[in-house]
Design a protein around this ligand. Structure first.
Ligand code: GTP
Length: 601
């Protein structure tokens, strides 16, 4: 297809503003999927996406679209819809999807207005110089207020409120006009058709039958089947087995030229060999300069993952090995814990990535897992100038520390003006520093804070939602590091540290952490034959203490009589229970106690 007939665009929207539904309508309207084959949210393939209603991996389609010209003739265009992942954890992937487009449809729910994620993605789109088409969705809703929110949008991106399109992904109203506007307003791609091939990878997905499927946008030259290609970040070369377009099923083609979007298959088995953001070129006479913007995925949040049943450990390893094929950002290494046994220390892009991974391990691999409190990456500099990168409290260095740096993020919070007070209070209590505040309209405001990432991953979102009755929205992006007064708090049972409960916290919060953890464990750990002190300590200084008093009478005395099968069952259960007992020094603790202490928030 000649570039002047191509339009590459994506839809950016806050979660639940109807991106998938609108994409479905586009598939139908362009005849790519007929009504009968249409299942709700065709583009969200994974079950888990469907259930959680979020898009984790993008799906990208080629849509034919005929536009009637002023002289009455009809011109066939090709639209590439590039789907963007919808959550903060995947900002880098979003930015690469945007970089593959010339334009973006800014989709806003007409009953909700602009939310934090809309703004964050809009800024990304503007940074990438995309043409933005503002659209209000769900105008069929009785609660829709298109006038009001068109004002809000115009206020932010400029232009007239009347120019904001109104559509309904549900009824299909306005979708045809939207596609026409995409052709009319979004610039056609430009590139050098005769130059060496350069294509950007904006997504790669593992498929059990085909190996890795890599989605690319060609910038210059041409990618043709049966040649060798090179990944420019690693210089690795691969044989090209197939090149094609998705419409909505993969269709092999004779090649992809300037501006075209499609997929390629090389037979590699691991998405790490086909990285988002990388530049693909020909192995022979390839480009010498990559397209730029490539970045290695870097875990931001770490947490331990342990099987509830220790014998599942090999299963967990296999499952992680499998997940990794499809997830370039997931890292893991073996970890062992007094309290929880053998498991893995895993690194994630963020909290949602953690939850999704754990969910998939439990669901797709039938594992029962417990995860330890998430930790960010701390950089600890010692007085002897040695530097440690700490992703696990148990790796906190001994000795004299000169300073500790922790990652910070810039957050955008949008809230109704009624909740400004509670939101500011919350951010301050989480060590947030205000960067600014803007009114979107008389009733809604955008607050900007710089905050330690560690404070965000610790139930910040839930607290924000509950303080604003669910009306506030949050987005954040990494923004370097800052020096902070952080300490490690250990929890000791009869003088023995219990690794799973150590935490790195700000000095001001050490006492309250120690207090709540010791109190919680006192409730959960059964009495022993002797008195057991539970202490919280910073270094050698004890900051909180609780005591489990010694047992007074023989609990076994209760076990007499009753029918035999029930007794046998009890014995079985006891055996099972014994297996799950963990020894911390002389103290016998049921694993459930540790699990309960870790999982209650
Ligand atoms: P994420 O993938 O989570 O970002 O969500 P999304 O933006 O893709 O939203 P999705 O298409 O899943 O729609 C969210 C909800 O809004 C669903 O319950 C849809 O049925 C509903 N919805 C989407 N479009 C419309 C619309 O035009 N009108 C009405 N009434 N409801 C809609």
């Amino acid at each position: 297809t000649p570039p002047e007939l191509i339009r590459n665009f994506c839809i950016i929207a806050h979660i639940d503003h109807g991106k998938s539904t609108l994409a479905d309508r586009m598939l139908q309207l362009t005849g790519v999927v007929d009504g009968r084959a249409m299942r709700a949210q065709y583009l969200d393939r994974m079950d888990i996406e469907r259930e959680r209603g979020i898009t984790i991996k993008s799906q990208n389609v080629r849509l034919p679209w005929a536009v009637t010209q002023p002289d009455g003739s009809v011109k066939e265009h090709v639209l590439h819809l590039i789907d963007t992942p919808g959550h903060v954890d995947f900002t880098y992937e979003v930015s690469r999807s945007l970089a593959a487009c010339e334009g973006a449809v800014l989709l806003v729910d007409a009953a909700q207005g602009i939310e934090a994620q809309t703004l964050a993605n809009l800024y990304l789109a503007l940074e990438n110089n995309l043409t933005v088409i503002p659209v209000l969705n769900k105008i069929d809703l009785p609660s829709a207020q298109p006038e009001r929110y068109a004002e809000e949008i115009a206020h932010i991106i400029g232009g007239n409120p009347e120019d904001v399109l109104r559509v309904s992904g549900k009824t299909g109203a306005g979708v045809k006009e939207l596609l026409d506007k995409v052709v009319a307003e979004i610039p056609a791609p430009v590139g050098d058709p005769d130059g060496p091939a350069r294509a950007m990878i904006f997504d790669s997905v593992y498929d059990i039958y085909r190996g890795v499927i890599t989605y690319i946008r060609v910038i210059d030259g041409k990618i043709t089947p049966r040649e060798r290609i090179q990944m420019m970040s690693t210089r690795a070369t691969h044989e090209l087995l197939e090149v094609g377009v998705i419409s909505p099923d993969p269709v092999p083609t004779v090649g992809l030229g300037v501006g075209e979007v499609g997929y390629l298959i090389t037979g590699v088995k691991d998405v790490r060999q086909s990285k988002v953001g990388d530049t693909v070129t020909s192995a022979l006479r390839g480009a010498t300069e990559s397209l730029g913007g490539y970045r290695d995925p870097r875990p931001m949040v770490y947490s331990g993952l342990f099987p509830l049943d220790g014998s599942d450990y090999p299963l967990l390893r296999d499952a992680l090995d499998k997940l990794r094929l499809n997830d370039a950002a997931l890292t893991y290494e073996p970890e062992s814990s007094t309290a929880l046994g053998f498991g893995y220390r895993c690194g994630y892009l963020g909290l949602l990535h953690l939850e999704i991974t754990r969910d998939r391990l439990e669901r797709e691999f039938g594992l029962d897992l417990i995860s330890t409190a998430p930790t960010v990456v701390y950089t600890v500099t010692m007085e002897d100038r040695s530097v440690h990168s700490v992703t696990n409290p148990s790796d906190w260095p001994e000795g004299k520390i000169s300073d500790v740096h922790e990652p910070v993020v810039k957050c955008t919070i949008i809230t109704p003006t009624d909740y400004i007070g509670p939101v500011m209070e919350l951010c301050q209590s989480r060590r947030g520093v205000m960067g600014g505040m803007d009114y979107l309209s008389e009733t809604r405001v955008e607050l900007r804070y710089t905050m330690p990432l560690a404070e965000i991953i610790f139930d910040f979102f839930d607290s924000l939602k509950s303080r604003t009755r669910g009306y506030a929205s949050l987005d954040y992006d990494e923004s370097g590091t800052q020096a902070s007064d952080l300490v490690k708090v250990d929890i000791l049972l009869q003088g023995e540290p219990v690794d799973a409960f150590s935490a790195i916290v700000h000095r001001d919060f050490a006492y309250s952490y120690g207090l709540s953890m010791t109190a919680k464990l006192r409730e959960l750990i059964p009495r022993q034959q002797f008195e057991v002190p539970i202490q919280a300590a910073v270094g050698s200084r004890v900051i909180a203490r609780e005591t489990i008093r010694a047992m007074r009478k023989d609990v076994l005395a209760k076990c007499y009589g009753g029918d035999i099968t029930r007794k046998r069952k009890l014995l079985e259960k006891q055996k099972e229970g014994k297996k799950r007992m963990k020894m911390v020094g002389r103290v016998e603790v049921p694993q459930e106690a540790f699990i309960a202490a870790l999982s209650t928030d």
